[in-house]
Ligand binder design. Structure first.
Ligand SMILES: [Zn+2]
Ligand SMILES: [Zn+2]
Length: 400
């Protein structure tokens, strides 16, 4: 594994991306513009362009890694480790402190129908919005119930929400994650994207942003709302859970690189099949863009690329038209938990064991990490770290 120096200009945006002119460094705009010169067919889209990444977004890049795609094709991949936090903007805010709070004091929520500013009025209106009088996320003094300790966060930010945290606005802090550090994730992405014979539904993680964050599966909105919680997103469409750290659920334009030609939108990340993901298309052109069922199309300027669904839909991509790295038994065969299975290939690579050995050591969920570590001859901590770096929660604990 070698670390590639990133030659991008270091520009730190200290305000939230929503408050900032999120224009990327000039070098990135130049690189993006140069893309118009080539790549005009689905099968000829160039692989990912490391120069587009924001400064510091990539913890490690290993190119020319042998990998097997979903159809059995043996090819080469990048193993890319993202840093696990947005390098060009702050994380949060998420939950508003009081029922009088302004939109600036909170983040957003999206539920498949709309994007809402989470301000005090939103908190007050939950019972009406969801037509259920059990909603009351504030005390008699107007203070919003927020997970304000690591214990509360761990109890509330899990699929089976501790009933004690019903009617809590759930938010995490980076310092509450294991070791107080961002959760890095390693993904395998084909060096050259290859179209699949037919689209495959996207399960688990979808890709990576240009600012160092996992693009996750849709948030499990029904489970979140069913527990009378709001898993608040920040204005950039991301939030924190104990397993994956900070991750993105909605495309909000916060990691875009460069400009785009008329009718197009800038690139902000790459899908796990290697195709670029651009922001949702401008409303006026969306109908005429002739997007395929995975929201992708080929253009003369950019070759094949996806457009993210708009954030209110809760989900960036619904399917892949290209081949991703082989399923490793859990990601794409329906056997894994909805919403995020670990990347066993990456974890196995880190540990220096085979995927089969890793899977059989972990057994059926919930995993016994101590026993599995002993079987594999590694420490439990090394196993936990490899699984976290592999990009997912332990099996049996789907992230949210
Ligand atoms: Zn497009
Ligand atoms: Zn989430």
């Amino acid at each position: 594994m070698k670390i590639l120096p990133l030659l991008t200009i270091a520009i730190l945006f200290l305000a939230g991306c929503g408050d900032t002119d999120s224009t990327s460094p000039a070098t990135q705009a130049t690189v993006a513009a140069a893309h118009g010169e080539h790549g005009d067919a689905h099968n000829h889209t160039d692989g990912l362009d490391l120069e587009l990444y924001f400064d510091g977004a990539l913890a490690q890049v290993a190119s020319d890694q042998a990998c097997t795609l979903a159809d059995g094709t043996q090819t080469s991949c990048y193993a890319i480790t993202i840093v696990g936090y947005p390098t060009n903007h702050d994380v949060g805010p998420f939950c508003p402190p009081t029922t009088a709070a302004s939109a600036e004091e909170g983040g957003i929520w999206f539920d498949g129908n709309a994007v809402y500013d989470i301000d005090g009025a939103f908190i007050l209106g939950l019972a009406q919005l969801y037509d259920d009088s059990n909603w009351k996320m504030y005390d008699d003094d107007g203070r919003v119930h927020i997970t304000d300790t690591v214990e509360a966060f761990n109890a509330a930010a899990r699929p089976d929400v501790d009933p004690a945290y019903q009617n809590y606005c759930v938010e995490g802090r980076m310092e509450w994650l294991d070791n107080g550090a961002p959760v890095t994730s390693t993904v395998m992405i084909p060096s050259t994207p290859m179209a699949a014979a037919s689209p495959t539904p996207a399960r688990g993680n979808l890709g990576i942003t240009l600012n160092g964050v996992i693009i996750a599966a849709p948030a499990p909105v029904d489970a979140i709302l069913g527990a009378y919680t709001i898993a608040a997103f920040d204005d950039s469409g991301g939030h924190i859970n104990p397993f994956e750290g900070y991750h993105l659920h909605g495309a909000r334009g916060c990691s875009e690189a460069g400009e785009a030609v008329a009718g197009e939108t800038p690139i902000f990340g790459y899908a796990l099949d290697g195709y670029p993901i651009r922001s949702p298309p401008p409303a006026a052109t969306a109908a005429s863009a002739a997007l395929d069922q995975c929201n992708g199309h080929s253009t003369a300027d950019y070759g094949y690329h996806y457009h993210a669904a708009s954030a209110e839909k809760n989900g960036v991509l619904s399917c892949f038209t290209g081949l991703t790295v082989q399923a490793q038994g859990v990601d794409h065969d329906g056997g894994g938990p909805p919403g995020g299975a670990p990347n066993f290939a990456a974890a196995a690579a880190i540990l220096g064991v085979t995927v089969q050995a890793l899977e059989s050591a972990l057994g059926s969920p919930p995993p016994n990490f101590a026993a599995a570590a002993q079987t594999l001859g590694v420490t439990e901590q090394a196993l936990q770290e490899a699984m976290a770096a592999g990009g997912g929660a332990p099996r049996g604990a789907p992230p949210r």
